[in-house]
Design a protein around this ligand. Structure first.
Ligand SMILES: *Cc1c(COP(=O)(O)O)cnc(C)c1O
Length: 376
């Protein structure tokens, strides 16, 4: 069976983990954590980057930094992973779910303004499949209504948004805050892992404290204060050096990983595009966005077609999977949702199909999968 995902190892992970363990500094914020953070800041223009134990944790940190209070409203797409919502729920927020575009699972930026009230505190765009949301429009709204923008960039490493002035900016460097994931299903991994990026100076100092259990320990270790203690709320959001050492090995191969994933993505796209299939639609990458090879998906005509295609692929030895189930109709939230129908989110819930895509996948396998879809 060709799996849907297979974590890729560069071969250097255990070498760096060995080094981290033997250095005697195994807890967080050591040499490897700093190497990783510096890499991301220098290459993607993040003002500050802090490794976390997961993207979920990075989103929780963002919710604390955004000072979300009980009753505050946060606008989130319904077609996303639970973590996007739960980080804000834990602060007592009311989640106001927004719909996707008709042809793209990302939050429909044209539908956000109507959802803004005097209780709205933040907008959380999710760059689905690593494809940029309309950040220009979203940042304009944030400015107009004095809101914070927290990018859920879990899938969006090494992907870009082209601003109106033509400047290309990395996803995760545009919102006030952003959260990335290094879970083993993402492009670069550390098993579990994540990162908070901070692009607004106002939050940098406090972020480090929240990260280190509400203490000013990071400042202490830099020699900026002569003792450290409890100064704010927080938690243990920082990963150990073992995790950071693993991630460093992946970062060293980032270019190679990205090239391979994009090659496979293009191979799927071009061969399906050429065959002009009428019953499946291809992903749409807007002109302002890039594709980072995170995920290749198709949109089937309806749920029955999708179920049949999944079975057909399975029968031939290929594991294809569906994705999110609209959060506004989840067991947990359905009774709290305001009742609006979000038909595009529901359509992607029923019709979106993800195909195998991972570093070790051979392009011949992509051809075989495309042939099955064509003949189906
Ligand atoms: C993977 C993912 C998350 C969660 O990431 P973790 O690192 O597992 O916490 C959150 N949001 C989106 C959109 C994701 O794809």
């Amino acid at each position: 069976m060709i799996p849907f995902n297979k974590p890729y190892l560069t071969g250097k992970e255990t070498h760096y983990i060995y080094d981290a363990v033997n250095s005697g500094k195994i807890s967080g914020n050591g040499k490897y954590t700093q190497k990783c953070q510096q890499f991301f800041e220098e290459n993607y223009g993040f003002k500050k980057s802090l490794l976390t134990t997961s993207c979920t944790d990075a989103l929780e940190m963002a919710a604390i930094l955004a000072d979300i209070q009980p009753g505050d409203e946060v606008i989130i797409p319904s077609f996303t992973f639970v973590s996007t919502a739960i980080a804000f729920i834990r602060q007592g927020a009311i989640i106001v779910f927004a719909d996707s575009y008709n042809d793209n699972p990302n939050i429909d930026a044209n539908k956000i303004e109507a959802l803004i009230t005097n209780k709205t505190k933040a907008i959380v765009p999710v760059h689905y499949a690593g494809v940029a949301c309309d950040m220009g429009r979203i940042m304009e709204l944030a400015k107009k209504y004095n809101l914070l923008v927290i990018e859920d960039a879990a899938q969006a490493i090494d992907s870009y948004y082209t601003c109106k002035d033509g400047v290309k900016r990395a996803l995760g460097s545009i919102g006030h805050l952003a959260a990335f994931s290094f879970h083993e299903t993402k492009n670069i991994i550390s098993g579990e892992g994540g990162m908070l990026t901070i692009n607004d100076d106002r939050f940098i100092h406090r972020a480090e404290i929240i990260w280190e259990k509400g203490t000013n320990r990071a400042e202490f270790f830099r020699g900026e204060v002569n003792k450290y203690g409890w100064v704010d709320t927080g938690s243990s959001f920082l990963p150990s050096e073992v995790i950071a050492a693993f991630l460093w090995a992946q970062i060293e191969n980032l270019k190679e990983i990205q090239n391979k994933r994009k090659m496979l993505w293009n191979s799927y796209y071009n061969s399906i595009n050429e065959s002009k299939l009428v019953n499946v639609k291809l992903p749409v990458v807007p002109d302002f966005a890039t594709n980072n090879g995170h995920m290749f998906y198709l949109v089937c005509s309806n749920i029955e077609e999708r179920t049949k295609l999944i079975s057909k692929l399975k029968e031939k030895g290929f594991h294809a999977v569906f994705h999110y189930i609209s959060l506004h109709s989840s067991d947990y939230y359905v009774s709290k949702h305001d009742g609006r129908t979000l038909s595009n989110s529901d359509k992607f819930t029923e019709c979106l199909l993800r195909l195998p895509l991972y570093y070790d996948l051979e392009v011949e396998i992509v051809d075989e999968i495309v042939d099955i879809i064509k003949n189906y």
